[in-house]
Design a protein around this ligand. Structure first.
Ligand code: HEC
Ligand code: HEC
Ligand code: HEC
Length: 417
C-alpha cells in the first residue's frame, strides 16, 4: 500500500493545483502580448505532437484491441478476456472522470504501465501485459496518457471480473509480483545499432509479443524461452516459436518479406490467422516504415533455438498409408479447389499448404483450428478484402479433419525441400 491514501491525496492536491493554474484568467500584458502568444502556440504544437505520438504508440501497444468491447466505444472497456484463471472484463480507460481514468495523473498512469499498480494502490493482474509494458520509457508512457486523456470521455462503468477462487483475492498479486515480476525500462544494447535497439524496444515492450509467444502455466507464469512459442491461455491457438526455423522464426527471410508480414499479415510464405490476424489488423499494420524495418531487423537477429515439441512422423505402415490416402481424398473433395492439386495455393489469394509451417510444424493446433473454424487473413489498409476460408466443423467429422491434416503432413518431406 505504498501509494495509499496519502499518495492519492498528494496527487489529488497536485492535480487541483494544476487545474487552478489552467483555469486562472489569462494575464494580459498589454503591449508585449506577442511573446506569451507565441509561447502558447509553441505549447499547443508541442501538446499536439505529444498526442499524435501517443496515438501511434497506443496502436503499437494494441490498447484499443483489449480495451474495446465488441462493437463498443473505443477504449471504454468491456472487452472479454478469457484466461486460465477466469474471465477479465477490461476497464474503461477513456477520460471520463467517474468511470474512466479522467482523474488519473501522468504518475498514476506510469505506475499502472510500469509497476502494474492501479490508482487506488491495488496491484493489477498480469492479464494486462505490464510484464512487457514495464520496458516502455517514461516519455512514451506520458505520450500515451496525453492521447488517451484527449479522447472524448465515455461514461461506462466497469463490469466486475469473474476470476476463480482463490485467484480472485487480489492481494495474492503481491506474492506473484515479488517472485515473477521485475519492473525496468528497456536498456539499449550498446553493441548493437540504433535500428536494432528500436526493434528490440518495440518487440519487448509495447508490442508485447512475448505475452503470447511463450509457454505459460495456468497462472500465466512464463515457463519457456522468451519468444520460444506456447499455447495461448484460454484459447485453442498455438503462438509458434519466433526463434525456431521449424515454426515461425524469420531469421532466413529477407527484411522486406518480414516487413510485409507485419504490415499486411500475408506473404508468399505465410498467412497470419486467428489472434495473430487481429494483432496485424489492429496494431502492426500501422507501424511506420522505419519501425517495421527495425522490428524486422530485430526478429531476424533472434538466435535460433530448438522447437519445444518435435514432430512425431508416424512410420509408414499399411494402416498409416490407408489413412493418408483417405486424407488425400477428403482433400481432393473439399480443399483442392482453393489450395491447389499439390497444395501449391494461388499467390495473393489462397495460401500454399505444402511447405507451409502452419501445417508442417509439430503442433497441429492452428491447422486444425483453421479447418474447423475457417477464417480470414487480416483486413489492412493494403488488403481491405482478404480471401476467406470456410469453416468445416459442420461438414467434416473430427476424425476426417485429423486425416486431412495427416495427409498434408506427408508434404513436409516432399515439398518443403
Ligand atoms: C491483453 C489485453 C490488454 C492489453 C493489450 C492492454 N490492456 Fe490494459 N488492462 C487489461 C486488463 C485485463 C486490465 C485489468 C487488470 C486488473 O483487473 O487487474 C487492464 C487495466 C489497465 C489499466 C488500469 C485501469 C484501472 O481502472 O485500474 C490501465 C491504465 C490500462 N490497462 C492501460 C492500458 C494501455 C495504455 C494499454 C496499451 C499500451 C493497455 N492497457 C493494453 C488488459 C489489456
Ligand atoms: C494475442 C496474442 C499474440 C500477440 C500479442 C502476438 N502474436 Fe504472433 N502469433 C500469435 C498466434 C496465435 C499465431 C499463430 C497463428 C498464425 O500463424 O497466424 C502467431 C503467429 C505469428 C507469426 C507467424 C506467422 C505465420 O503465419 O507464419 C509471426 C512471425 C508472429 N506471430 C510474430 C509476432 C510479433 C513480432 C508480435 C509482436 C509485435 C506478435 N507476433 C504478437 C499470437 C500473438
Ligand atoms: C474457398 C476457398 C478455400 C477452401 C475450399 C479451403 N480453404 Fe483453406 N484457406 C483459404 C484461405 C483464403 C486461407 C487464408 C485465410 C486464413 O488462413 O484464415 C486458408 C487457410 C488455410 C489454412 C491455414 C494456413 C496458414 O498459413 O496458417 C489451412 C491449414 C487450410 N486453409 C486448410 C484447408 C483444408 C484442409 C481445406 C479442406 C478441408 C481447406 N483449407 C479448404 C481458402 C480455402
Amino acid at each position: 500500500m505504498r501509494y495509499g491514501l496519502y499518495g492519492s491525496l498528494a496527487i489529488l492536491i497536485a492535480g487541483f493545483t494544476g487545474l487552478g493554474i489552467l483555469l486562472a484568467p489569462p494575464v494580459t500584458l498589454a503591449p508585449a502580448a506577442e511573446k506569451p502568444e507565441a509561447a502558447e502556440m509553441r505549447d499547443t504544437a508541442e501538446i499536439e505532437g505529444q498526442r499524435a505520438r501517443g496515438a501511434y504508440l497506443a496502436r503499437i501497444g494494441n490498447c484499443l484491441g483489449c480495451h474495446t468491447a465488441y462493437s463498443g466505444f473505443p477504449y471504454a472497456g468491456g472487452h472479454i478476456l478469457d484466461t486460465s484463471i477466469g474471465i477479465f472484463i477490461t476497464p474503461n480507460i477513456t477520460s471520463d472522470k467517474e468511470t474512466g481514468i479522467g482523474l488519473w495523473s501522468e504518475e498514476d498512469f506510469w505506475r499502472a504501465l510500469h509497476n502494474g499498480r492501479g490508482r487506488d494502490g491495488n496491484l493489477l493482474y498480469p492479464a494486462f501485459p505490464y510484464s512487457e509494458y514495464t520496458r516502455v520509457s517514461r516519455e512514451d508512457s506520458d505520450a500515451i496518457f496525453a492521447y488517451l486523456q484527449s479522447l472524448p470521455p465515455v461514461r461506462q462503468r466497469n463490469a466486475p471480473n469473474r476470476i476463480n477462487f482463490p485467484f480472485n483475492w487480489r492481494p495474492l498479486l503481491h506474492l506473484w509480483q515479488l517472485i515473477y515480476f521485475s519492473s525496468g525500462i528497456y536498456l539499449p544494447d550498446t553493441l548493437r545499432d540504433d535500428e536494432w535497439n528500436r526493434g528490440a524496444y518495440l518487440v519487448q515492450g509495447l508490442g508485447h509479443c512475448n505475452a503470447c509467444h511463450t509457454q505459460r502455466n495456468i497462472l500465466g507464469i512464463s515457463k519457456g524461452d522468451i519468444l520460444g512459442g506456447g499455447q495461448l491461455m484460454g484459447s485453442n491457438w498455438y503462438a509458434p516459436s519466433l526463434t525456431s526455423l521449424q515454426e515461425a522464426s524469420t531469421a532466413d527471410w529477407p527484411i522486406e518479406d518480414i516487413k510485409r508480414l507485419l504490415k499486411t499479415g500475408s506473404t508468399s510464405r505465410a498467412v497470419t490467422t486467428g489472434p495473430m490476424a487481429n494483432v496485424v489488423s489492429q496494431s502492426l499494420q500501422f507501424l511506420t516504415e522505419d519501425d517495421a524495418r527495425a522490428v524486422a531487423k530485430y526478429l531476424k537477429s533472434l538466435p535460433e533455438t530448438e522447437p519445444r515439441s518435435r514432430g512425431i512422423a508416424p512410420p509408414l505402415t499399411e494402416e498409416v498409408d490407408k489413412q493418408l490416402k483417405k486424407g488425400g481424398q477428403i482433400y481432393e473433395t473439399y480443399c483442392q479447389d482453393c489450395h491447389g492439386n499439390l497444395g501449391e495455393g494461388a499467390p495473393g489469394s489462397y495460401p500454399a499448404l505444402a511447405g507451409n509451417r502452419g501445417v508442417t510444424m509439430a503442433s497441429p493446433t492452428n491447422a486444425i483450428r483453421s479447418i474447423l473454424n475457417g477464417g480470414y487473413a487480416p483486413v489492412t489498409k493494403i488488403q481491405q478484402r482478404p480471401y476467406g476460408m470456410p469453416p468445416f466443423a459442420q461438414i467434416l467429422p473430427d476424425g476426417e479433419i485429423a486425416l486431412v491434416w495427416l495427409g498434408k503432413q506427408a508434404w513436409r518431406d516432399s515439398m518443403a525441400a
